[in-house]
Design a protein around this ligand. Structure first.
Ligand code: KG4
Ligand code: ZN
Length: 347
């Protein structure tokens, strides 16, 4: 049995990350280290991630991250079998920083280089954390992504549907901004929603009238803005309770929409794969307890197993990139020093 030790790098959005993952044969893979440097404070004054600032910060932090990840894992470059790096999709300056750093390591050590699709990293994470077998249905929900995927192999994905506009994390972030709550919006909106009445404001459930697995979240933000402006016009401002009720109504709409579309995606998936009734979720929005609970219920209803990786591996990290690289490496994939960074790269 072969032991593989892979270094992974991630820099496609606003987290600079490096990690070392090891696997012997088909025993469970181990995360030896996973270092993440967030950039939230660097962007907080601008109300969103500024690509140029992100790229600069990645370039400054990547080597520090790598040194830290190797040290924490107790390995040196000599112990590695390959270097995996996010080659897209994402903010191109950041992706380039990571790809350049990985190429530098590969060129200096002679290690093979493996380019990894960031979305594949998220989609394969439940195999790293729970060792689940192919195939499975994956719901990827983050600040930048929202899609249903049938995952059949490390490079074999079928997209059943996804958002036609905003990602749900983006909708949470915009909601927080509209209500003057701190970023990232997901956790702050969830916290407010816990004290709110989800029935006081009626938010739309977009696209539920259509039979497919597509979603839309941009209308929720427009609805929220209208409700907020009406309260402000009537009473001169928002009370704490108004804010909590708006958050609760918004979150309930996201929960209902995701639950119903998951029900449909699961039906399609199970028709084809009745012998493998497994659903996994990944991405930062999977941290939301109301969303998790609703998805769990949908799976229980359909007799499917539900898996959600631990939070630190649900949000952007490099362990998922190292692991996806490991799976590609095992299947014989190698990239050369001509590996390119791709801003867009559908699975
Ligand atoms: O996967 P992630 O770390 O980064 C990418 O977007 O790739 O996801 C971050 C997103 C942010 O939009 C954040 O607001 C959202 O995940 N998020 C949440 C929660 N925690 C984080 N959304 C809803 N509820 C949460 N508890
Ligand atoms: Zn991500």
């Amino acid at each position: 049995t072969q032991t593989l030790t892979i270094l992974g790098l991630e820099s496609s959005c606003d987290d600079t990350a490096a990690a070392v993952v090891r696997q012997t044969g088909d025993t469970p893979a181990e995360v030896l280290s996973s270092v993440v440097f967030g950039q939230t404070e660097l962007h907080s004054a601008y109300g969103g991630v500024v690509p140029e600032i992100a790229a600069r910060a990645h370039a400054e932090k990547l080597d520090i991250c790598v040194i830290e990840a190797l040290k924490e894992a107790g390995v040196t470059l000599k112990d590695l079998d390959a270097v995996a790096v996010t080659a897209g999709p994402g903010l191109i300056g950041g992706v380039m920083s990571g790809v350049m750093c990985a190429k530098g390591i590969a060129a200096a050590t002679g290690l093979p280089l493996i380019g990894v699709n960031h979305l594949a990293g998220h989609a394969l994470t439940p195999r790293l954390t729970d060792g689940i077998a192919f195939p499975y249905l994956m719901l990827l929900v983050s600040g930048g992504h929202c899609q249903y995927l049938i995952v059949r192999g490390p490079e074999d994905f079928t997209r059943l549907g996804g958002t036609i506009d905003d990602a749900p994390g983006e909708a949470f972030d915009k909601t927080a901004r509209l209500l003057g709550l701190p970023q990232p919006g997901g956790p702050s909106v969830q916290a407010e929603a816990e004290n709110g009445d989800p029935k006081r404001f009626r938010f739309p459930r977009p696209l539920l009238d259509r039979p497919d697995c597509n979603l839309s979240f941009s209308g929720l933000k427009t609805a929220l803005m209208r409700m907020r402006d009406q309260i402000v016009a009537e009473k001169g401002g928002l009370t704490r309770q108004d804010r909590a009720d708006l958050c609760a109504g918004f979150q309930a709409a996201v929960v209902d929409t995701l639950a119903e579309k998951t029900r449909r995606a699961l039906r399609l998936y199970l028709d084809e794969n009745p012998a493998s009734p497994t659903v996994a979720v990944a991405g930062g929005v999977a941290a939301n307890t109301a969303i998790r609970a609703a998805l769990q219920d949908v799976c229980a209803e359909a007799g499917a197993e539900f898996t959600a990786p631990p939070l630190r591996l649900c949000t952007d990290n490099a362990a998922m990139i190292a692991y996806a690289g490991l799976e590609r490496f095992r299947s014989g994939a190698r990239d050369g020093l001509d590996l390119t960074a791709r801003p867009r790269w559908p699975l």
